[in-house]
Design a protein around this ligand. Structure first.
Ligand code: CDP
Ligand code: MG
Length: 735
């Protein structure tokens, strides 16, 4: 059966090359015919890229993203580029002509805002210029923050290569649970969260001569908090240089925040991008994506494709579908290299997206919005944008955080389109209508600080001695309710006392680079004598839902393998079981393969576990094992997650405090069992509000681990007695 939307004519004779050529000519001819179809107005050409009428996706051209250069220059072929020396490449970047002006501006101003189109060389070049200029003499370091781990790693690798040093020597990166730096490291690329943690050990950032807050327009929670802290440090460290780099036009805001710091603009260099929209909304955007990629591949001139999807699962599914269809089409189409890129992708796989496309082939990079501004991939001519991203949202009233697939903002959509015009005139195909763009997309993305829980950050600020959070210097303040709830939760976890001051356990919790609830769980493992097991659970939870592997053609086997790991008690114990068996197999990759478990997720869990184990001493938790008494493990988990509880009522699961309707995720080991009381690791809103990683508990444990939070009467069995009308008066109780 041919793949949807691509109908191929069998060619009987001719050499493969010849066949290929003739076939392509036929395709291009077909596309050209449709392009000039009668009903398409000349100003608004229709793009019907595929060959089989009823199953094509029709795009209509509506706008053009203006470039500043005429598309006269042919795209540099990857072969040529490889031959160019690194020096030449560096000199070719838009930032290069401004090198000296930029260094002058930095010398003359303490804070400088730098604005420049993505790919102009801000991230890779500016720290090198500073290095060359001597900013790293006398043991001083330069920090450059990135909102994303992948960006920090890949950029550091690139810069190390450009400087001809080994990654981890002069140039390194530091991300949570992974430190690739050494004594010699003077250029440190790090996630914004890591620089935030640096304040704990070095509150004045005394060993840094320059701090560059990069990708500032992303407005991640950590970047926003950094702004406030760095502004403060800069006041009493006049020699510290602060650079705020941004891809887009929010620079006026940054400038105003930093007492009207000057803005240095690096002129853009971009080719025009034609933007096409679908005529009607697409019901299944993943399917539509796959069809469109093949459409572009068979009908469009050379040039690589960049597809924006929302997350790992989706990306893996899309890649699998694409590879599957390409395999079925076989030699009838030119080679299509399908490459995923997302946060948890191992670095060797990440490196592949930067390798030049072999002649005659086409590359399709399927990415999260990491490729929007953080990473620049050479050779992209086509962008396919379904218009979604995964976004956190937070309801301070219920304290529920959820990660949902939502329409991206217009600003994002335009950034995405811009990626098509870096090397030549490009095309951006949007899998939504022009009307939707105009009327349904928000102008910009709401800063993360306004749609996330703040427990983590509040704990950190408290440990930095910042007590008056209401008056902290926020670029955009978080909702008052969110801040209050964070304080309440930290109080309930015992991290703050009734005066809002950090307690001894609170100080320990801040030492661990994980969420307060997870820290609390780890601290509680001391009491329940099961820190070995809890470390494993914590590590497995932090590799995030990518433990099991479920290939399309072996679904039954994979599901059986997963069920074989089930233990009574719930998903946390299943995770523990998987990890323990892997350890017993001698960390065997064969074992992973046979049991449909992702080796790289387990390897990462092993790294995380080692890191956490190394921190145990600092928080005064000894190593101990429960020797199979899993009740102790479950109690320790409950001690951290008593906030995330639900009970079964006649109308399904309701969260204990807020009475929200929630559902067990179908992948959970408890999906069939439906225990009366449970706790969940996280809520994910897809079609419903799903609880992911669910553990069966006893209501009595809640009184044991959090007597200040739960009252016996709210834990009465709803079937035995009528539900009390009013529950959850913590706020009043806290007074
Ligand atoms: O930060 P900005 O977006 O201004 O640019 P950059 O990340 O410094 O990228 C400058 C150049 O380095 C681009 O041409 C990228 O393609 C290249 N680069 C790369 O080849 N590999 C990386 N990991 C990062 C950048
Ligand atoms: Mg950059």
């Amino acid at each position: 059966q041919p793949a949807r939307g691509v109908e191929l004519v069998e060619e009987e004779s001719g050499a493969p090359g010849e066949e290929q050529r003739r076939w392509e000519e036929a395709r291009l001819g077909a596309a050209a015919l449709r392009f000039g179809a009668k009903d398409a107005a000349p100003s608004e050409p229709k793009y019907q890229l595929v060959l089989e009428e009823e199953e094509t996706i029709e795009f209509v051209r509506a706008t053009r993203l203006q470039g500043d250069e005429e598309p006269s220059a042919p795209p540099p072929s990857s072969g040529d580029q490889q031959k160019e020396s690194i020096r030449a490449v560096r000199r070719s970047l838009p930032v290069f002509p401004f090198r000296n002006d930029l260094l002058d501006a930095i010398a003359n101003h303490q804070v400088l805002i730098i604005e420049g189109e993505t790919g102009s060389g801000k991230t890779t070049q500016i720290p090198q210029y500073l290095f060359e200029e001597g900013y790293t003499q006398k043991g001083m370091k330069i920090a450059c923050t990135q909102p994303r781990r992948v960006a920090a790693m890949s950029v550091a690798a690139r810069v190390a290569r450009e400087m001809g040093v080994k990654l981890g020597n002069e140039v390194g990166y530091s991300i949570r649970f992974e430190d690739c730096t050494s004594e010699r490291t003077v250029l440190r690329y790090m996630t914004d969260g890591m620089l935030l943690r640096e304040f704990l050990s070095e509150p004045d950032l005394g060993s840094y001569s320059v701090v560059m807050v990069d990708e500032a327009h992303e407005r991640t929670l950590h970047t926003d908090i950094l702004f406030g802290l760095i502004k403060d440090v800069a006041r009493f460290r006049p020699e510290l240089k602060v650079l705020v780099a941004s891809a887009t036009l929010d620079t006026a805001r940054f400038s105003a925040f930093f007492d009207d710091a000057p803005v240095f603009r690096i002129p853009g260099r971009r080719f025009p991008v034609d933007i096409f929209y679908t005529k009607a909304p697409e019901a299944d955007y993943l399917e539509a994506c796959v069809v469109s990629v093949l459409q572009i591949h068979v009908t469009q001139p050379p040039g690589d494709i960049l597809v924006f999807l929302t997350g790992q699962e989706e990306i893996e599914a899309a890649c699998e579908m694409l590879q599957d269809r390409c395999r079925r089409l076989g030699s009838k189409i030119r080679e299509l290299l399908v490459l995923p890129i997302y946060a948890n992708l191992p670095s060797d796989m990440q490196a592949r997206i930067f390798q030049p496309t072999p002649p005659g082939a086409r590359k399709v990079v399927v990415a999260t919005n990491i490729a929007e501004t953080s990473l620049t991939i050479e050779g992209i001519i086509y962008v396919l944008d379904p218009g979604f991203c995964k976004q956190k949202s937070y309801n301070p009233r219920t304290g529920m955080e959820s990660l949902t697939v939502t329409p991206c903002s217009k600003a994002s959509a335009n950034q995405r389109a811009g990626r098509a015009g870096r090397v030549a005139a490009g095309k951006c195909f949007r899998l939504y209508t022009a009307w939707a763009y105009q009327h349904e997309l928000e102008e910009t993305t709401v800063p993360e600080i306004q749609r996330t829980s703040l427990g983590n950050v509040v704990l950190l600020l408290k440990s930095l001695g910042i007590h008056d959070l209401m008056h902290f210097d926020f670029l955009d303040p978080p909702p008052y309710e969110t801040l209050l709830l964070a304080l309440e939760q930290l109080y309930a976890l015992g991290a703050l006392n009734h005066l809002g001051e950090l307690t001894t356990p609170g100080r320990k919790m801040a030492e661990l680079p994980v969420d307060p609830m997870l820290s609390k769980m780890i601290l509680a493992s001391e009491k329940y004598g099961c820190s070995e097991e809890i470390l494993t659970v914590a590590a497995m939870l932090s590799v995030n839902n990518s433990i099991f592997y479920r290939p399309k053609d072996k679904v039954v086997h994979a599901d059986n393998a997963r069920v074989n790991f089930f233990l009574p008690g719930g998903d946390h114990l299943v995770l523990l079981n998987v990890y323990t068996q892997w350890v017993e197999s001698g960390y065997s990759s064969q074992w992973c393969y046979e049991n449909f478990v992702q080796l790289r997720s387990l390897r990462r869990a092993r790294d995380v576990r080692e890191q956490l184990e190394g921190l145990l001493e600092r928080v005064e938790v000894g190593l101990s094992s429960c020797q199979g008494d899993y009740t102790r493990v479950r109690k320790a988990i409950t001690a951290g997650y008593f906030y995330h509880t639900a009970r079964l009522t006649r109308s399904g699961y309701r969260t204990v405090k807020q009475q929200q309707t929630v559902f067990i995720h179908p992948n959970s080991s408890l999906f069939e069992e439906q225990p009366r009381w449970l706790l969940y690791h996280e809520l994910v809103l897809t079609t419903k509000e799903f609880m992911r990683q669910v553990l069966e508990i006893e209501s009595g444990w809640l009184l044991e681990v959090a007597p200040h939070y739960y009252k016996a009467r709210e834990l009465e069995d709803p079937n035995a007695k009528k539900m009390p009308k009013k529950v959850g008066k913590t706020r009043e109780e806290l007074g």
